[in-house]
Design a protein around this ligand. Structure first.
Ligand SMILES: [Zn+2]
Length: 607
């Protein structure tokens, strides 16, 4: 009964979402999956029913599925790309090319019925094209019933078996997943390395597997009283034979599970928040005490994330040792089980934060990986500063992301954020763009609109778009609404080009009793300037110079000035003070922008 009650409350909170925009629509897909798992061959077969609703204004004559396990085969796009790229992920390298028949991953849909009629299937490696026996008109439902068989690969990345930390199964990307159709059409990105985009729906998953395994994953276990294994006080049913685990999850766009015979399972209730579950291997793990410290840190994380962004809506969250980096999934994360405490907490905070930016704000990650990674990193940085206040970030939460952006820019290797996730020239280019340039997008935006307005807009964006699929422009519109400023120019330049910010103090002189401060734009990106005038015996005086493209000014205290015309290289700021009164002038005095050359940001009398 307890689970039913939780479940009912969740349905109410998750389905009363208003449409974020009058012309907005999104598809929905509810899954019922049954699999029978053979741990000796690492193979499983299953049936899958999908109740699909076409809310689009279009008639669909085909649909696509992702068959992501097919990436773990010699000659796949993932294999070719990894052996071609200049800086391959060391965890992948040429390992896929060397997989034997029993070590590869595969996923085959053996047949698929659409409303009882058999569909024609055409396979393209990790993507399956389904020619429908009849069209699906707008605003109608379709039922897909399919059978599939699969083999869990030797772990290469994210998903698979027997990784270097010895976890038996990390089952991500493990079922035929319907591709999303949005206003730009079908998302048919082959699985090459990263980034996922799914359809919202309810998942009902039944896994029949040997009794030796403790399972963890997305969703809430429905037969906990039967199972035990730390989910209820019932006794575990170790011994020979299989048992069936029944999980369900409401309003998620993916489903992951993991299994290991040695998982320790601990729980911790966050006050007015989710029940946290921790699954890890204690045996031969010298970092077990870090796992024991995790519940305290993660309780603080959930409280901070709730207040910074918005409430976590699901009843549970699981931190699961997957043994290969960290990766986000709805209501759960797979993460390394060994490491120093700050590293483990940082990884857990990052992946759990993705339940807001990926889990709830579900942008198309193959097109805009910088939204889920950049937004997650931005909030993660602020939370990590709270959790580990004495670390060396100079009091600046985003300092390390600024440095990695700056390093890439200085090497002339920056790639624009419009690059599709799998098509960056290097893995480093992808990483710097998605995490650091994405994070600096928000840092710069906060400087343009002012901190208070920024956070209002940020939360409004989250609340309006949670459980939907926004595009970058939707964030800009929210910030424009909240600030009253025009901001598309910044989005277009920061996202669409690699132009950089560099505003410096050129000269300072006195004329007619006024101090003249000449500002210079050294790089291409036009940008507003906040200036501090410093003198020995008074508090610094703050001045704001907007640019004309904003058609307004940020609402922060300080002296406001006429706008700087965007095409003009220089701007002269006149201050009603004699020069003898001013010891130094700083542009961006609080280090709040991604200015690429800070040496010219300061003028001082002595120099
Ligand atoms: Zn991430």
């Amino acid at each position: 009964m307890k689970y039913l009650a939780v479940s009912f409350a969740l349905v109410l909170s998750l389905t009363t979402q208003a449409q974020p925009r009058s012309d907005y629509w999104q598809q929905s897909a509810d899954y019922t999956i049954h699999v029978d798992f053979d741990h000796k061959s690492h193979r499983y077969s299953g049936t899958q029913s999908i109740a699909y609703t076409n809310n689009s204004p279009d008639t669909l004559r085909k649909v696509f599925f992702h068959l992501q396990y097919n990436a773990f085969q010699p000659g796949s796009n993932m294999d070719e790309r990894s052996r071609d790229i200049a800086d391959p992920d060391r965890r992948v390298g040429d390992r896929i090319a060397g997989l034997s028949e029993s070590e590869i991953g595969f996923m085959n849909v053996t047949n698929l019925n659409h409303d009882g009629e058999e569909a024609e299937l055409e396979s393209f490696g990790t993507v399956l094209k389904v020619h429908l026996p009849k069209p699906i008109p707008p605003n109608t439902k379709a039922q897909f019933d399919l059978q599939f068989e699969a083999q869990s690969p030797k772990q290469i990345r994210r998903s698979g078996r027997h990784n270097k930390e010895g976890v038996h199964y990390s089952m991500a990307q493990w079922f035929p997943k319907l591709a999303n159709y949005d206003r730009f059409g079908w998302n048919t990105t082959p699985y090459v390395g990263r980034e996922f985009y799914g359809i919202w729906g309810d998942f009902d998953v039944h896994i029949n597997i040997d009794k030796m395994y403790t399972l963890a994953g997305t969703g809430v276990l429905q037969n906990a009283e039967d199972i035990g294994y730390g989910y209820s006080r019932s006794k575990n049913k170790r011994g020979s034979g299989k048992q069936s685990w029944h999980f369900s999850a409401e309003q998620v766009h993916d489903f992951m599970w993991a299994a290991d015979p040695e998982y320790v399972h601990k729980t911790h209730q966050v006050p007015n928040g989710p029940l946290l579950r921790f699954f890890y291997k204690e045996k031969d793990n010298e970092f077990t005490e870090n796992w024991e410290a995790m519940p305290g840190y993660m309780e603080r994380f959930f409280l901070l994330a709730d207040s910074l962004v918005g409430p976590y809506p699901y009843p549970e969250f699981s931190f699961i040792q997957g043994g290969d980096g960290g990766m986000e999934y709805p209501m759960a994360t797979l993460m390394l089980g060994r490491g120093k405490i700050k590293g483990m907490v940082g990884l857990a905070v990052h992946e759990a934060m993705h339940n807001w930016f990926y889990g709830m704000i579900a942008t198309n990650e193959s097109r805009y990986p910088w939204i889920d990674e950049g937004f997650t990193t931005f909030v993660e940085n602020i939370i990590m500063m709270e959790l580990f206040p004495d670390e060396d970030s100079r009091g600046l939460p985003h300092y390390s992301n600024y440095l990695s952006y700056l390093q890439q820019w200085s090497a002339d290797a920056t790639e624009p954020l419009t690059t599709p996730a799998d098509h960056y020239i290097t893995n480093r280019g992808y990483g710097v763009a998605s995490y650091s340039q994405g994070c600096m997008y928000l840092v710069n935006m906060q400087y343009i609109v002012g901190e208070e307005v920024f956070w209002k807009g940020f939360r409004n964006f989250f609340n309006r778009w949670k459980f939907h699929h926004p595009h970058p422009e939707d964030f800009v519109r929210e910030m424009e609404r909240e600030s009253g400023l025009q901001l598309q120019w910044f989005n277009d330049l920061w996202v669409g080009t690699t132009q950089a910010i560099d505003i410096g103090v050129d000269t300072v002189f006195e004329e007619d009793g006024f101090t003249h401060i000449v500002l210079r734009r050294h790089q291409e990106l036009p940008f507003p300037a906040t200036i501090a005038l410093v003198s020995e015996n008074t508090t610094p005086e703050v001045h704001h110079v907007p640019i004309d493209l904003m058609y307004g000014r940020k609402g922060e205290s300080g002296v406001q000035h006429r706008p700087w015309k965007w095409a003009a290289r220089t701007y002269t700021l006149k201050v009603e003070r004699p020069l003898s009164d001013i010891d130094a002038v700083y542009v961006d005095p609080f280090f709040e922008t991604a200015d690429v050359d800070r040496r010219n940001n300061r003028w001082s009398k002595e120099e």
